[in-house]
Design a protein around this ligand. Structure first.
Ligand code: F6P
Length: 547
């Protein structure tokens, strides 16, 4: 699509939306609902077991029509097809973005550079399953023949956030006799706290890194190797039974000392933040078992198919992406709050932050031209109901507009008295309160004194989506993640940016490499940074007794 698409603000649907926005920006959800008693039933979509109520967004039928036209004019259909065909849509890295191949059925044919990649995907999945079963059954044993009881994934970014989120989300299905931990931060505390109470003889490390060069991961992996060898009486042979790798870089894996027979591969057409269903999910498979992992892949696949084939007006990721654009680009909403009313999804917002913000945090188009509109909003959130007692005040009465995605499940995994009904009552109540607020007349009727009135009035008209599924299963999680992957893609496609590169993270990495010897060196090197950075380095050296 590069080059043959009009700049966003010159597309006719965009111009029409700009005019339309002026007409509808003052409309209140109270009025929209009052004028259309069936709105709450009409503006809903159900697909692949996920129910989306988007009626509490500040839209009319015309808004929706224009947004759908914008999707067409932006070539969204062609861009979806190009992605699924394996075209090199990640143009700045000259790669396809083919995470959908990770969950393709065995008989699918997806060709990259003249080769069908599906058999390779399934070969890795099978290898993961054999390994996971051996560990889970106590057949893969540690160097001293002890059973593996602890699994630690070492990785960062996409090699950590997906695995942590999936482990937490699917804990209900996990092997409870095993301990799963995740080390990501180069801050040694992360390593020390994760290992302090573990027996190395019972511990397996999965070093997960697409590149196998990431500073944080390699530093942690080396510390893990030292910890293991030191605690197993200096026996270097121990590494073979206690370390496996997940990477695309076999050379680096064997340089580190891990036999490539114990390496689980993936491919450069899988972006880090789109890799939790590749071998990067090995810790997930070890926790929940191969069958549950395959059920999760099935969920992903169903959402892929829905995204690829459903008409846009009934297409969940497309609708969510368009609504996000509406609030972001027209109402000027700077952030999106993702609020799962499901404790197991507590790391879902953190996972989404990388997915959305590393993907769409871009300031130039695919043609290298600076954008004259906002791209990705900031994604953030916490599980309900905790957020209600923390930041919801700002969402209800603050000066900023914060669209919310509520996520809830009709059934709980572990029933405990009335908890689940209370939880659901809260999520519905929050969406209702945000949309409709409380008018001055209602506040007055409660006998509120005049001076207190402005504080007690809830303006309402705060938009939200409500996603409802039956139960949080591996399959549902797959659907949910794929929903957001494609929602993010939809937004990137309309903004005409490359959602699959991440050049913005490079500069800091390079500068850190330069500063490390300046901090560590026995003598102070000549510092050539700005005066602030130079001063900070000098201060740290001095305070830590280096000169
Ligand atoms: O720093 C950004 C990043 O490149 C992410 O995109 C990626 O998920 C993460 O680092 C980890 O990279 P790797 O898997 O190569 O260690």
């Amino acid at each position: 699509m590069k080059g043959n698409i009009k700049p966003l603000t010159q597309r006719s649907a965009w111009k029409a939306l700009t005019t339309h926005y002026q007409k509808v920006k003052g409309l209140h959800l109270r009025k929209l609902f009052a004028n259309d008693p069936k709105r709450g039933e009409r503006l809903t979509v159900e697909a692949v077991g996920l129910f989306l109520d988007y009626s509490k967004n500040r839209i009319t039928g015309q808004t929706l029509g224009l947004l759908l036209r914008l999707a067409e004019e932006s070539g969204l259909r062609e861009q979806i097809d190009a992605m699924f065909r394996g075209e090199k849509i990640n143009t700045t890295e000259s790669r396809p973005a083919l995470h959908m191949a990770l969950r393709a059925p065995k008989n699918a044919v997806i060709v990259v550079d003249g080769r069908n990649v599906v058999p390779e995907v399934h070969a890795v999945l099978d290898k993961m399953a054999v390994f996971a079963n051996r560990v889970r059954r106590g057949q893969w044993r540690g160097h001293t023949d002890k059973r593996i009881r602890n699994v630690i994934n070492i990785g960062i970014g996409g090699s950590d956030l997906g695995p942590v989120m999936a482990y937490e989300a699917l804990k209900h299905y996990s092997e409870r006799s095993m301990t799963f931990r995740f080390i990501s931060n180069v801050d040694g505390i992360d390593f020390l706290e994760a290992t302090r109470d573990l027996d190395p003889a019972e511990t397996l490390f999965i070093v997960s890194s697409k590149t196998f060069t990431t500073l944080e991961t390699m530093t942690n992996a080396r510390s893990a190797r030292d910890w293991l060898i030191r605690r197993l009486k200096g026996d270097k042979e121990a590494v073979a039974k206690h370390f496996v790798a997940v990477s695309t870089n076999a050379g680096r894996v064997s340089e580190f000392g891990i036999d490539t027979a114990n390496m689980f591969g993936f491919w450069d057409w899988v972006g880090g933040r789109y890799s939790m269903d590749s071998a990067i999910g090995l810790s997930t498979m070890l926790a929940i078992g191969p069958d549950n992992f395959r059920a999760m892949l099935k969920g992903f696949r169903e959402m892929d198919e829905h995204f690829r084939t459903a008409p846009f007006e009934r297409n969940l990721p497309v609708l969510m992406g368009l609504l996000s654009i509406w609030h972001n680009n027209f109402f000027g909403a700077q952030t999106v709050a993702v609020l799962p009313y499901e404790q197991y999804l507590k790391r879902f917002p953190a996972y989404l932050q990388q997915l959305a913000m590393e993907s769409n945090g871009k300031r130039v188009t695919l043609d290298g031209v600076a954008v004259d509109y906002d791209t990705s909003p900031v994604y953030w959130g916490e599980p309900g109901t905790n957020g209600q007692h923390s930041f919801y005040q700002l969402i209800h009465q603050g000066s900023r507009l914060i669209p919310c995605d509520f996520i809830a499940f009709t059934r709980t995994l572990t029933s405990l008295g009335r908890h689940h009904d209370i939880l659901l009552a809260n999520v519905f109540a929050q969406a209702e309160a945000l949309a409709f607020g409380k008018t001055a007349a209602e506040v007055k009727a409660e006998g509120t004194p005049d001076w207190l009135m402005p504080h007690r009035v809830f303006e309402g008209n705060r938009p939200s989506n409500l996603l409802l599924a039956d139960r949080l299963t591996p399959e549902t999680l797959g659907k949910l993640v794929a929903l957001y992957e494609h929602n993010v893609f939809t937004q990137g496609a309309i903004w005409h940016i490359d959602p699959f590169d991440q050049w913005g993270v490079e500069l800091g990495k390079v500068l850190a490499q330069r500063i490390i010897p300046e901090l560590e060196g026995k003598t102070l090197l000549r510092l050539r940074h700005d005066s602030s950075t130079n001063n900070l380095i000098r201060r740290c050296r001095k305070r830590s007794g280096r000169y």
